[in-house]
Design a protein around this ligand. Structure first.
Ligand SMILES: [Zn+2]
Length: 411
């Protein structure tokens, strides 16, 4: 098992530059293709689950994080404020340590009724963590994080169902990505001053998460000292190539920030009530999710996530034109496809170079004459030559199915 940093370099997925800085990787085209496929998938999953997409700024005034509690409880992990202007008119803005405060303000900006709840706001947005340079590396120890985040504003009665729905989305996404959860952890507060003090609220929030875990039928370990400062959370833990555990997905119940921001909705009784915030991330950050995918699949991604899905191999110069036409057909069908022509070496060498692509389409004299393609799957299976249009349609269907399997059963 190789670590994602080494594979990331070998496969041209991402890199860093000292002039950009440690912990600030950039995504190369192949890595960006994986990330974009993942982002589009999650956006579709959220759309079907009733989430609405928002975008909010990566900066906010210092007062915003004082109000949310981040300034008090989380300041050591935040970048220092940027001072704009001087004197009494000056202001301080901060790179955000999380998306929650922005979403709380979006909720608060309009009058909300119980009929609007659950209100589910989703964003894939950046947040920043002032990690020391000694611990930075790869995609997992970074200073800028693109988080798949969402906040569900709901009534107390709706919390357990929303948390359960989030656990089910996580399960569905892991199946599509070919990832296994190592375990579920119920993270509770520990001793020490980093938690908001209100034992009654912590117990209620913890009980709601336990209810969701029981309804989902997943075993879990309760652990003290891993909660967010504002509430307990369910952490879905994964294991990397070295066997180290990390949190990928989370579901959290928060009574604290709705109170800090004075959030309210008008109930059926006409009175104002406080909503609960359920924070949830299906795939965690783009960085950690892709790092995990790289390590688990060792670069042989499920077809829908593969940087290049189809490599078209003309046997000789005479087949280059029909092979290029097949590449165009693949691209038109939405596939990421490329031509590996004879200038790249012998057919055997090109087949080996393309070994991580889920599909190889060999075009020899017979296929060129008949308008066909001979598909080879990454696992070594070879299919009988198919008309080019059918070969493309079948690859596109396998990709669209978003499963780890290379080829649908019986196809
Ligand atoms: Zn949040």
């Amino acid at each position: 098992m190789q670590d994602h940093r080494r594979l990331g370099r070998e496969l041209d997925l991402f890199d860093t530059d000292p002039l950009i800085g440690a912990g600030l990787p950039y995504w190369l085209p192949a890595g960006a293709a994986v990330r974009q496929a993942l982002e589009e998938y999650v956006a579709g999953l959220e759309h079907r689950a009733g989430y609405q997409r928002v975008y909010s700024p990566v900066l906010g005034k210092r007062e915003l994080y004082e109000l949310s509690g981040h300034w008090e409880h989380y300041r050591d992990d935040m970048f220092p404020p940027l001072r704009l202007g001087s004197g009494p008119e000056g202001e301080e803005v901060v790179l955000r340590p999380s998306l929650c405060p922005h979403h709380a303000l979006i909720y608060r900006a309009r009058e909300r009724s119980y009929r609007d709840l659950p209100l589910r706001l989703a964003e894939l947005g950046a947040m920043y963590r002032a990690e020391l340079s000694g611990v930075l590396g790869g995609l997992t120890r970074v200073r800028a994080i693109q988080l798949n985040d969402a906040h569900v504003f709901c009534t107390l009665e709706q919390v357990a169902d929303e948390a359960l729905a989030a656990l089910r989305m996580i399960r569905e996404a892991y199946a599509a990505m070919g990832l296994d959860a190592a375990r579920h952890r119920l993270s509770l507060p520990g001793p020490g001053g980093k938690y908001v003090r209100d034992p009654g609220l912590w117990r209620r929030a913890g009980a709601l998460l336990e209810e969701a875990l029981a309804a989902a039928g997943v075993p879990y370990d309760a652990e003290e000292g891993e909660a967010a400062f504002y509430g307990p959370k369910i952490d879905v833990q994964v294991r990397d190539a070295a066997g180290r555990e990390a949190t990928l997905s989370t579901v959290q119940v928060d009574f604290h920030q709705p109170a800090r921001f004075g959030l309210a909705y008008v109930g059926a009784d006409g009175a104002r009530h406080r909503p609960v915030m359920v924070h949830r991330s299906v795939v965690g950050s783009a960085e950690r999710a892709v790092a995990q995918l790289i390590e688990v699949h060792q670069g042989a991604f499920p077809p829908w996530l593969a940087p290049v899905q189809a490599v078209v191999l003309p046997v000789g110069e005479a087949e280059v034109a029909p092979a290029a036409a097949l590449v165009r057909r693949c691209v038109e069908a939405g596939l990421r496809a490329e031509l590996a022509g004879p200038e790249r070496g012998t057919l055997g060498a090109r087949v080996r170079a393309a070994r991580l692509a889920p599909y190889q389409a060999v075009v020899g004299p017979r296929e060129a004459a008949g308008g066909e393609a001979a598909l080879r799957l990454r696992d070594g299976r070879r299919l009988a030559p198919l008309p080019a249009a059918e070969a493309v349609a079948r690859m596109a269907a396998a990709v669209a199915a978003r499963r780890p399997a290379l080829w649908p059963e019986g196809a």
